[in-house]
Design a protein around this ligand. Structure first.
Ligand code: NAD
Length: 478
């Protein structure tokens, strides 16, 4: 069975303890590869390699760094079909969707390669006495820890700016979806990335992830994952004053006002609810609909959902693939049971499905629930699956209060034809991202991240370049 090996100093290596985890294909429920179960010693080796590579990498001129990162982007595009097939087999998402994400992984490298060329420091003249300028220096050896929902896309969203800014990286993909990160190692060698600039260690969060956070030579951690894990990482890193960027969970609102373009709102809500099986931190799982259009929106949404095929990830007509793991599948189903206990009425879905040929896979039908109060557990806790609730509202103030009621603050989507209301709401919503009459329309230059328990710090554009550098002010009197 194929082994997912660590990538340290440009070489593929077995973990020191020669231990492996089973890796499942969520569509078939079968083990298809083995993942290195690394421990502290593997992280130590990766740090030694990264420290060795650091002096030359941080001194390399931006033009050369740009060329290498751009070459990695080209190689991802060259191998796009192979990478997408691997991503789908590892994660459960449809292949067509994985292809768009691989394109985006390439774009992450291209974008930050360009950023490396353009990232300039500020300078300030102090009266007529001195010039202050800021040196933006790489932090050094940094750690990047990513989740299973958008594996290569979020992995590269971290490692590309880290390397572009001149750092050497220890990176850990999720143990549930390590395969495309493993494949990326070979592409980095082919692109001429110097050995040790990127080191990939695989294994459990509680083992290798924890070892990364605890390692004194890893000066910063960029983490994307659940809020509970983020809280734990913050507590471990705090005594070392480690630099942290935390992108955490969400419980996003999708708000539809009566004056919205309803057709467009329904069409996009199908995507924003169920794309990637609802396993996107930005999916809108609480759908608030203004009362005059509630019944119409509901009827049209349910009609659209009849077209949404769940099943074989390799079928281009399939829109909803498999849930990433058995444990997550069971967690999502347990929330559907909870919703019913809390008085919710399932309008469609509400159960596991077994597509022909995939009887052992972990599939859940797109599920819509109504009749729940805004403050019940189903409407406050992150489910992270193909499950949404419909909640009617009467006034702007009321929906604002309900939308802001959770502990999370990642993203909100608004549907309205009233520009003034859109601005008013955008200002009052307690989320790091607000989409107006659109969803997931991404510009890599914009700040990305959440407030409240959805995270600390922002990624994207200069935000990421700033995180991965230390500003040093130099004051020169004249
Ligand atoms: P998770 O927190 O379980 O794991 C994320 C990563 O952290 C994995 O690589 C895991 O191995 C590692 N990890 C676990 N314990 C660790 C520890 N003690 N020390 C160091 N690393 C550790 O999250 P998940 O289940 O993989 O991902 C789903 C979550 O990610 C959801 O909550 C989702 O909202 C969130 N997410 C957030 C964003 C965002 O941008 N805000 C994007 C995608 C996903």
């Amino acid at each position: 069975m194929e082994k997912v090996l660590n990538f340290i100093e440009g070489e593929f290596r077995e973990p020191v303890g020669v231990a492996f985890l089973e890796n499942y294909n969520p569509a078939t429920g079968q083990v298809y590869s083995l993942v290195s179960q690394s421990e502290t010693q593997d992280v130590d080796m990766a740090v030694v390699a990264a420290k060795k590579a650091l002096p030359a990498w941080k001194k390399m001129n931006a033009d050369d760094r740009f060329r290498i990162l751009n070459r990695i982007a080209e190689l991802i595009e060259r191998d796009l079909d192979k990478l997408a097939a691997a991503e789908s087999r590892d994660q459960g998402k449809p292949v067509w969707l994985a292809k768009t994400e691989m394109q985006r992984a390439a774009q992450n490298f291209r974008f930050f390669a360009t950023a490396a060329m353009q990232f300039a420091s500020e300078s300030h003249q102090t009266d007529s006495r001195a010039i202050n300028y800021t040196l933006r220096q790489p932090v050094g050896v940094v750690g990047c820890i990513s989740p299973w929902n958008l594996p290569l896309y979020l992995f590269t969203w971290k490692i590309a700016p880290a390397m572009a800014a001149g750092n050497c990286v220890i990176a850990k993909p999720s143990e549930f979806t390590p395969f495309t990160a493993y494949m990326l190692g070979a592409l980095c060698n082919e692109a001429g990335l110097p050995a040790g600039v990127l080191n990939i260690v695989h294994g459990l969060g509680s083992g290798v992830g924890q070892a990364m956070v605890e390692h004194p030579e890893i000066k910063a951690i960029s983490f994307t994952g659940g809020t509970a894990t983020g809280r734990h990482i913050a507590s471990v890193a705090a005594p070392m004053f480690k630099k942290l960027s935390l992108e955490l969970g969400g419980k996003n609102a999708n708000i539809i006002f009566a004056d919205a373009d309803l057709k467009e709102a329904v069409k996009t809500s199908v995507r924003s609810s169920f794309l990637n099986q609802g396993e996107i931190c930005l999916c809108g799982s609480r759908v608030f609909v203004e009362k005059p259009v509630y019944e119409k929106f509901k009827a049209e949404l349910l009609e659209e959902l009849k077209q949404l095929k769940t099943g074989n990830p390799e079928d281009d007509a399939v829109r909803v693939g498999a849930i990433v793991s058995k444990q997550h599948f069971e967690k999502v189903l347990s929330y559907i049971i909870l919703a019913k206990e809390e008085g919710g009425v399932v309008l469609t879905g509400g159960e596991a499905v077994t597509p022909a040929g995939f009887e052992q896979g972990w599939f859940i039908a797109p599920t819509v629930i109504e009749g729940l109060g805004w403050n019940c557990r189903t409407n406050q806790e992150e489910i992270f699956g193909p499950v949404i609730t419909l909640i009617p509202f009467e006034t702007e103030d009321e929906v604002l209060q309900m939308a802001n009621s959770t502990a999370y603050g990642l993203a909100t989507t608004l549907w309205t034809g009233d520009l003034k209301r859109a601005h008013r709401m955008a200002e009052a919503l307690e989320t790091g991202i607000v989409w107006v009459n659109c969803w997931l329309l991404r510009d890599l230059r914009t700040p990305f991240g959440g407030m409240k328990q959805s995270g600390v710090g922002r990624e994207g554009g200069w935000e990421a370049m700033r995180f991965f550098t230390e500003p040093k002010n130099v004051c020169v009197a004249y």
